[in-house]
Design a protein around this ligand. Structure first.
Ligand SMILES: [Zn+2]
Ligand SMILES: [Zn+2]
Length: 561
């Protein structure tokens, strides 16, 4: 840190390929050395879910072309925890990287469970690191620091380099009483603060909220009281990865003298990994969904997937009366031990309406303490700054409004140097204060059925247009001399069938095609490209004239002697 700011070989840089400006798709890179020959460390490789302008997309993945092009420069991938927005893209994108992957046992267990469901074909180079372990990845000295969050073993990273020390917070909250695992490792965080932290890169998700968040244990107690009082069946849906919540529901069922029934593949996966890694007792007891039908209504707590309205999840199928085993009836209680992830409100509402029509009672976190966040509110952020004493802060894991608010709050708390970069900005963290020095290509890829397709230039662009305006296709046959020798055929999809005057929209298209061809002088009709372009413009204009919207138009000109 003593060198002059001009000595580029001592640079320590930071770059996000996802995660700045969105809650999801976290991929962060730290680089050391001169711009032409940096060594990089990747932290997390996650996915996000498609928004309303991404029709038909299953999952959104980060575009790694920047780091994939730096062949040999990436030393490794360190994974902070097993949430999908941090590990979800590893299986699909690791083949582009081929680097060692480091994670703690539970995170690694979740990754391995997903790998085996993937068919076991992919064999990444996996390195399991004990909780709180310290290890080298190339020139980076990395130490896991145990945090509390909504999944076991979430680890912040102390990243020590010859050019400066970073604390990468990962996702965290300060939970004094987690249901599973130890409280946040305060002592190690304070020691790191005394050693000196040049920059903290910190979770921004809950910066808009004051105070501190309740503990997982508060939620566990509240769930127990609610379940004890319920007269009939109780269903609880939650994020499957929240193993502490799974255990809390199991204990609450036990306390109420009920059986726990579990439905949904991702819940079975997390329970298996929880038993393997010792977070759940080896004799953790639950019944499979087939046994649901044999139990009295007052004997059941069923834990099931589907808190986000996912149409194929157990809760959605039960709400539609289409689940083979799980049925609800009037007076049953359905607890949403979860929050609505923005964008999922409609899907969740649809399921809740179906449950309401059946006469089920629905309880959400707006009525009672049945869920708690895994991210720090302002009081917790302030506490972290006091422990870590960072010289500079970069907000991460947030939409633009969260990042900006976090920057403002950190400045108010006395952190001198605060910078808000976006995805793709290459930030020099040291020497000197954080400064944007360059940019890298970033973007989104889509998992679209069995394929991975580009985001910006791929098929979803056209699909988005189709979803708004439909398509008109016109086809006809001409000779090379420009004579029309067939009828014109037209197909209209997703376009109103009749004009305001009640005429057929198809006739509007056919008239436009025929009159346009006729209007072109015979000599010029030999130029079939010219004919096609003129017809294209005429069809678009004719539909726009009647409808007020321009559809997608395709013109097919066949040529026959
Ligand atoms: Zn996250
Ligand atoms: Zn998380």
């Amino acid at each position: 840190m003593a060198q002059s700011p001009n000595n580029k070989s001592d640079e320590l840089v930071f770059l996000a390929l996802g995660g700045l400006g969105e809650i999801g798709m976290n991929v962060y890179l730290y680089g050391i050395g001169p711009a032409q020959s940096r060594q990089w460390l990747m932290v997390d490789l996650g996915i996000t879910f498609p928004g309303p302008t991404e029709p038909g997309v299953d999952v959104v993945l980060p575009d790694l072309r920047f780091i994939a092009a730096e062949k040999g420069a990436l030393a490794g991938l360190v994974v902070t925890h097993a949430h999908e927005d941090h590990i979800g893209a590893i299986i699909e994108l690791w083949p582009q990287l081929q680097v060692p992957v480091y994670a703690t046992p539970f995170t690694m267990g979740m990754l391995k469970a997903k790998l085996s469901e993937f068919g076991g074909r992919l064999k990444p180079d996996l390195h399991e690191i004990p909780l709180g372990g310290r290890f080298n990845v190339g020139a980076f000295d990395v130490e896991f620091i145990s945090m509390t969050h909504s999944i076991p073993e979430t680890s912040g990273l102390a990243i020590r380099t010859p050019n400066g020390n970073i604390f990468h917070s990962s996702d965290w909250k300060i939970d004094p009483e987690p249901v599973i695992g130890k409280p946040i490792d305060q002592e190690k965080l304070k020691a790191l603060g005394r050693e000196g932290v040049d920059v903290i890169v910190c979770d921004s998700t809950n910066v808009l909220r004051d105070g501190v968040s309740p503990s997982e244990t508060d939620v566990a107690n509240s769930l127990t009281e609610i379940i004890k009082k319920a007269p009939h069946r109780v269903a609880v849906t939650t994020f499957a990865s929240n193993l502490g919540r799974v255990l809390a529901v199991a204990r609450a069922a036990h306390a109420a003298g009920r059986h726990l029934v579990v439905a949904g593949r991702s819940l079975h996966r997390v329970i298996d990994v929880g038993i393997d890694t010792g977070y759940l007792p080896p004799d953790f007891k639950y019944l499979d969904q087939e046994e649901f039908g044999y139990l009295e209504r007052g004997e059941i707590v069923v834990l099931l997937t589907g808190s986000q309205g996912e149409p194929r999840a157990a809760l959605s199928r039960a709400a539609d009366g289409e689940h083979p085993d799980i049925k609800f009836s009037k007076g049953d209680l359905v607890i949403y031990s979860s929050r609505n992830i923005p964008g999922n409100e409609k899907a969740i509402g649809r399921v809740q309406n179906s449950l309401a029509r059946m006469g089920c009672e629905i309880l959400t976190d707006s009525e009672d303490l049945v869920h708690v966040t895994g991210h720090p509110r302002r009081g917790e952020l302030r506490q972290m700054y006091e422990w870590i004493q960072p010289k500079a802060l970069i907000p991460m894991h947030g939409e633009a409004r969260h990042l900006r608010a976090h920057a403002k709050f950190a400045s108010e708390c006395g952190i001198k140097n605060v910078l808000v970069p976006e995805d793709g900005a290459i930030v020099r963290l040291a020497p000197g204060k954080p400064t944007i020095v360059d940019d890298a290509p970033v973007g989104r890829l889509y998992r679209d059925g069995r394929l991975i397709v580009p985001g910006d230039e791929g098929p979803v662009r056209e699909r988005r247009k189709l979803s708004a305006v439909g398509i008109a296709v016109a086809s006809f046959t001409m000779t090379p001399r420009g004579e029309l020798i067939s009828d014109v055929l037209a197909i209209l999809d997703g376009i109103p069938a009749k004009t305001r005057d009640g005429d057929s929209m198809e006739d509007v298209v056919l008239d436009a095609v025929e009159s346009t061809i006729e209007s072109i002088p015979k000599a010029r009709r030999k130029n079939l490209d010219l004919v096609r372009d003129a017809v294209y413009r005429a069809v678009r204009a004719a539909i726009n004239e009647e409808w007020g919207k321009k559809p997608i138009v395709k013109i097919m000109v066949h040529v026959v002697e």
